[in-house]
Design a binder for this molecule. Structure first.
Ligand code: PEP
Ligand code: MG
Length: 751
């Protein structure tokens, strides 16, 4: 039979133009299915629309099926043949549908008698609009040409139907706040393990507009202001004390700027003057705080400008205590903070406020906020989804830091599953009885497992997990948190604690590694366009020898309390010259301490981090000078591949198993072997189970990692045969394509 398809489409187009108000849309859809059924000589034609809110496919019009089913038949994506067509975005055709295992019977719809079945998804690009189906009593009644024609008709009608769908949804009563439909599940990456479920708080820069409202009409006086100020001070001091007890090394001064502001006579005096002139205390606070914030904002120095946020925080705290009205942003405990970016000091504040979890929109999994979150036990996921910042305050979100996923308003079943998973993860992490004191491969090769320490609070955890020592102590955190360079004495106290608590164990102090994503707020880094390529790490220390020497002296003095030589490691070494210069400064400090008669360690072991391609090119010369190498894969990958480790936009290009990275790792291990140097890996590759066989295979026998990963890494090593690992490494090193490496590595991963 000859069918004029274009005429059908024109007819439907004209018809659609006549139906412009929502009350008639159902009639429009009905006319469409009637016309198509007749045109295609089918017994049934139906249209289903996809409901974004419920994620269901709903029958909207039908010619041939039971009309009473309209609006009643609902299915999930992937359910039945119709659901499959929309889930998989493909045409489904069955000559005898009821025989198909995927067929789903809906009672009362009356489709039992139809054998031939065809479902075509209605799409705009990849956006799901609905499904059009065609059915016939006779088996195998649709020809391949019919399939093509029906697809063409459906695609031509997509715009008309989408309009209908939008208008219908406009007509629906709004039950929930409008939310982008795709924000149900967001695949991110894991920054710090753990599970958290709670209401969201969008971390915004505080502004005067956030300051508690909701008490209009009430007037407050001087006495109430004084009480509010003193209550605010008590709160801040309690927070400060709590964080100091927990985080001795990094806590100092976090809230001290705010405590000082609360005591500032000029500021309080200005408020009091206004109150004396008849202004209500809340208005006086607002006015004075605003004025101070503006004053700070106009300062030339960036560090002082930043203090504006402390002023606003203080204002907020006074007002909350004065009025008794708390804003939701003020209550962090048990909530999930969603932030575009965070500073390490923010992470500490959040930890002291008992945040449940954090979702970060930037930063990268190896960024230092992520590193710190792990030490602070804050589940953290990093996602590239700015839509999350728009979530209304009462939205509940589940953060799965272990897989790196975020679920928006998950249903109870999802939450329970996660609660159970988390409980077993926590139980498993407590079972340390299986941990061996020493680690060997299956064929008896000894591998030393050490811990990375970021905060002193990590030390008991490391001991608990039987770390054989500290392979990387990141000394920069106490520097990052303070408001000025810490004095030698302050550093000495911290380092001495570490040394004393790790008696009998090897400790490697990495000297100050700031810059990049580890900025000091009190040092003006702001002029650098590319801070990762700028004055960071050892370059900073060599440029600021006074700061560097204070740190070296503090380490050497702490070394006097150690029962073995401490190891000093320089980060980001790019040449032999830098190593020579840095080592000379250590010798100078030893000499000065000796001359001054101060107890110290006279012969520390000096080594370097290998994290730059330039160091790799001169690795043999460095091996002659350095007692040990520790491979910082986080930076090594970033600098080898030219992929910013903190930039989520290029996260997919940050590939640890890129053939270039693997060959570089091999080259470092080989140089270490030739020169008899101790080579360890202390970047995140050391805890990634995928890469353990390769690392063992190229001869690495020392790994330093976050302590909670130690049990799995030990278990993985113990099931490896070093000769098989060497074969695996040789195979990987023979490959030049990332895809091929991925395939071989995946094949080796235990299920
Ligand atoms: C590294 O770069 O791999 C490393 C361990 O150092 P950090 O992550 O502190 O830069
Ligand atoms: Mg590094």
């Amino acid at each position: 039979m000859f069918r004029d398809h274009s005429k059908l489409i024109c007819d439907i187009g004209e018809l659609a133009a006549l139906f412009s108000d929502t009350s008639n849309l159902d009639t429009l859809l009905q006319k469409i299915v009637d016309m198509i059924a007749a045109h295609m000589s089918a017994d049934v034609c139906s249209v289903y629309l996809f409901d974004d809110d419920t994620q269901e496919i709903v029958l909207k019009a039908t010619r041939g099926l039971n009309a009473a089913s309209i609006g009643q038949v609902r299915m999930k994506l992937g359910e039945g043949l119709t659901g499959t067509a929309l889930a998989e975005l493909r045409t489904v055709y069955e000559g005898n549908a009821s025989l198909h295992p995927g067929f789903r019977h809906f009672s009362g719809i009356g489709e039992e008698k139809y054998a031939s079945f065809m479902a075509v998804p209605i799409l705009r690009g990849q956006v799901r609009i609905g499904v059009m189906t065609l059915q016939s009593v006779k088996a195998n009644s649709f020809t391949p040409e019919d399939v093509n024609v029906f697809r063409a008709i459906t695609s031509q009608l997509a715009t008309t139907i989408e309009m209908a769908r939008l208008l219908i949804s406009l007509d629906k009563p709004v039950i929930k706040p409008v939310r982008a439909p795709e924000l149900k599940f967001i695949k991110g990456r894991t920054g710090a393990e753990g599970f958290a479920y709670g209401e969201v708080v969008i971390a915004a820069v505080p502004s005067m507009d956030d300051i508690a409202l909701g008490y209009e009409g009430r007037v407050f006086g001087l006495v109430e202001l004084q009480q509010a100020v003193s209550a605010a001070e008590t709160e801040l001091k309690a927070m400060q004390q709590e964080i100091e007890a927990k985080l001795f090394d990094v806590a100092s001064l976090i809230f001290s700027a705010q405590i000082m502001m609360l005591k500032d006579r000029a500021m309080l005096g200005a408020m009091e003057t206004l109150i004396a002139a008849g202004v209500s205390a809340d208005q006086a606070v607002r006015r004075v705080i605003k004025e101070y914030a503006l004053r700070f904002e106009s300062m030339p120095n960036e560090f002082i400008r930043e203090k504006k946020y402390d002023v606003l925080d203080v204002g907020q705290r006074i007002l909350v205590n004065l009025t008794g009205v708390r804003s939701s942003k003020d209550q962090i405990a048990g909530k999930i903070v969603i932030a575009r970016e965070l500073l390490p000091s923010d992470a500490l504040k959040l930890s002291s406020q008992r945040v449940a979890g954090v979702v970060l929109l930037s930063g990268g999994v190896t960024s230092h906020v992520a590193v710190l979150a792990r030490s602070l036990n804050i589940p953290l996921v990093i996602v590239d989804e700015p839509g999350l910042l728009e979530l209304p305050a009462e939205t509940k979100v589940l953060v799965d830091g272990t897989t790196g996923n975020v679920y928006v308003e998950p249903d109870a079943e999802v939450v329970n599953t996660f609660r159970e998973k988390e409980a077993s993860r926590l139980t498993a992490s407590k079972v340390k009885k299986d941990l061996k004191e020493q680690t060997f491969t299956k064929d008896g090769q000894r591998v030393i497992l050490l811990a990375n320490i970021n905060l002193l609070g990590d030390v008991p955890v490391a001991k608990d997990f039987r770390a054989e020592g500290v392979g990387l102590y990141r000394t920069e955190f106490p520097f990052i948190i303070r408001s000025d360079f810490p004095a030698e004495e302050e550093q000495f106290v911290i380092y001495r604690r570490l040394v004393e608590s790790m008696k009998g164990h090897e400790i490697t102090f990495r000297t100050l590694d700031i810059g990049g994503d580890k900025m000091l707020s009190y040092y003006d880094h702001s002029k650098e366009a590319n801070p990762f390529l700028g004055l960071r790490s050892i370059r900073f220390s060599l440029r600021h020898k006074d700061v560097f020497c204070l740190q070296l002296r503090a380490i050497l003095r702490a070394g006097a309390f150690a029962d073995r030589p401490v190891r000093i490691m320089f980060p980001m070494i790019s040449s032999v010259d830098e190593l020579t210069e840095a080592r000379a400064l250590v010798e100078e400090c030893v000499h000065d301490l000796k001359k001054a008669g101060i107890a110290h360690q006279a012969s520390p072991v000096i080594g370097i981090m290998v994290e730059l391609p330039s160091a790799v090119e001169v690795i043999e010369a460095l091996a002659e000078e350095a007692a040990f190498f520790s491979i910082g894969t986080n930076d090594l990958i970033q600098y080898t591949l030219a992929v910013d480790r903190t930039n989520e936009k290029v996260a997919d290009l940050y590939v640890p198993h890129h053939p270039a990275v693997l060959r570089i790792l091999k080259r470092i291990a080989a140089a270490g072997a030739i020169y008899g140097r101790d080579v360890s890996v202390c970047g995140d590759m050391a805890h990634d189970l995928k890469y353990i066989p390769f690392l063992i295979g190229i001869g690495i026998r020392k790994l330093s990692l976050d302590a909670p990963f130690l049990p799995r890494v030990q278990a993985r090593i113990m099931e490896l045969d070093s000769k098989e690992a060497a074969r695996h490494a040789r195979e990987l090193l023979s490959l030049s394509r990332i895809d091929d490496v991925t395939r071989v590595i995946s094949a080796l991963m235990p299920a």
